[in-house]
Design a protein around this ligand. Structure first.
Ligand code: ZN
Length: 130
């Protein structure tokens, strides 16, 4: 594991960005990873198809929490359409640690992305109903 990236993960795990709750989130999505006991609750505020604000809370291993912290930084202020395109590889690039050959750790790292995708899917459904 590259030390620079390892430091980044530990730093984000200790001091997560955008941690907490939004006063009036547009969508809230909680995901769990039973393999590791990780839990991520993602809250998005969406206005005019822009993710205007984002918060998360959670508990679990350093990778799951750091990943959520990094993801919130990456999507804050972005158009919903762009966030929908945000891929597993995009997130892994930001995390910087090669996890593709470690399926257990990969699940930890991608838990926050799973919450994002599921949350945006819910938003999309609301639009479809109009
Ligand atoms: Zn984990």
């Amino acid at each position: 594991m590259d030390d620079i990236y390892r430091e980044q993960i530990l730093e984000h795990a200790r001091h997560p960005r955008n941690y907490g709750h939004l006063p009036a989130p547009t969508v809230v999505r909680e995901e769990r990873n039973p393999l590791c006991g990780d839990q991520i609750r993602l809250e998005l505020a969406i206005a005019d198809d822009i993710i205007t604000d984002v918060r998360f809370t959670g508990r679990g291993c350093a990778i799951s929490q750091a990943s959520a912290s990094l993801l919130t930084e990456a999507i804050k202020g972005k158009p919903v359409a762009e966030a929908r395109q945000f891929s597993k590889d995009d997130l892994l690039d930001i995390i910087g640690i090669p996890l593709n050959h470690n399926p257990t750790r990969l699940k930890c790292a991608l838990l926050s992305l799973k919450a994002l995708k599921a949350g945006l899917y819910e938003v999309g459904h609301e639009d479809d109903d109009l």
